[in-house]
Design a protein around this ligand. Sequence first.
Ligand SMILES: Nc1ncnc2c1ncn2[C@@H]1O[C@H](COP(=O)(O)OP(=O)(O)O)[C@@H](O)[C@H]1O
Ligand SMILES: [Mg+2]
Length: 421
Amino acid sequence: MKILVIGGGGREHALVEKIAHSPKVGKIFCAPGNAGIAKLAECVPIEINDISNLVTFAQKESIDLTIVGPEAPLANGIVDLFEENGLRIFGPTQRAAAIESSKAFAKELMSKCSIPTAEYEVFSDFNEAFNYIQGRPLPIVIKADGLAAGKGVKVAMTYREAADFLKDVMLKKIFGSAGDKVVIEEYLRGEEVSVIAFTDGKTSCFLPPAQDYKAAYNGNQGPNTGGMGSYAPVTFLNSNDLEQIKKRMLSPLLKGMARERVPFKGIIYLGLIMTENGPMVMEINCRGGDPESTVTFSLLESDIVDIFEAVISGRPEEIEIKWSNKKCVCVVLASEGYPGDYKTGMEIFGLEKASSMKDVMVFHSGTARKGDKIVTAGGRVLEVAALGDSYAEAVKRAYKAVGRISFKGMQFRKDIARKVI
Ligand SMILES: Nc1ncnc2c1ncn2[C@@H]1O[C@H](COP(=O)(O)OP(=O)(O)O)[C@@H](O)[C@H]1O
Ligand SMILES: [Mg+2]
């Protein structure tokens, strides 16, 4: 088989790595890929949202199956266009991807399906939104409706902060049309967990639940990032909890989407908060998380291509997915200044020394090749993942590998998964 993977981050590197293990696969392409992916796949310089050129490429190369990593091309209709052209592709249609690309749509659907979630209101008028927040309990959560690359949510501690964010989003349009509407919702207290599943829209199968570390600095301090680390499985969800989450959240959601004639197939991601009153859905994504995918895919022992094919053909019950009993921990190495401005082009040292360690995988996120060197090319540069029989072993191994890697300005959190060891 010839496979095309869309994306170029750690999540896609982890995907490509799993796909490369499938005996069915002869050749992998990745658009646009990165310097790490280039060792396993042929990287194609087509941007992820240049959908018509991706279709042309898939036709020209007779690609058997395309897998989409990030949300943007899904929200832009990549699955619809590939399918219209008779190409097999794994992921939700544009309308189903609205579960992530419109937070208002997701909330309304959750309400209709009685899925536990924070109380909310949706506004498309600034003054109405502004009036609504006055007198509401603090903190209060304000979310731009559309995609905002992880920057569209404010947990406001004061009315002033809330009003300033509302102005930025709805009047100054700092996220463009993603801020035409906002969701304002109640603040929920509790541990966050990412519960991810493969689904054909009817049945679903969970991956090991994962936790990611969004804040830039140790102790959850500093600004939010795309994710500075992750581990799986989490310690506080057992199989009974997962069954409840399926029964009360995922299955009603999938049924609701089918009823609304937007059936979902692909990878669905429930971002949950474990509140005093049980789990509540904080957000839904239409793809695997990054860096959560790095740890969850690393625990997969079955052939991932079999899973993709079973989902696409609506026969997921035909496969039995095997997961490792190990623990996986991932530490993200980022550029100095990230998530603010940062420089790129710094030479990266020690990649071989780290990735040659047993049970260590060094996934590339923002890297590029420059002559015979590998250099930084993004905010998040590498995702260093390690397996262990215990969390303590996985943590130790991951940080030992991190210690072998260096580049100018390298920053990372030192407390990933520390609380579970
Ligand atoms: N209702 C809520 N209560 C408490 N924290 C929240 C709530 N909604 C979002 N957050 C915080 O904001 C972060 C981002 O929100 P989320 O809905 O996941 O949007 P996105 O991932 O698109 O930025 C969450 O990871 C969480 O830390
Ligand atoms: Mg989120």
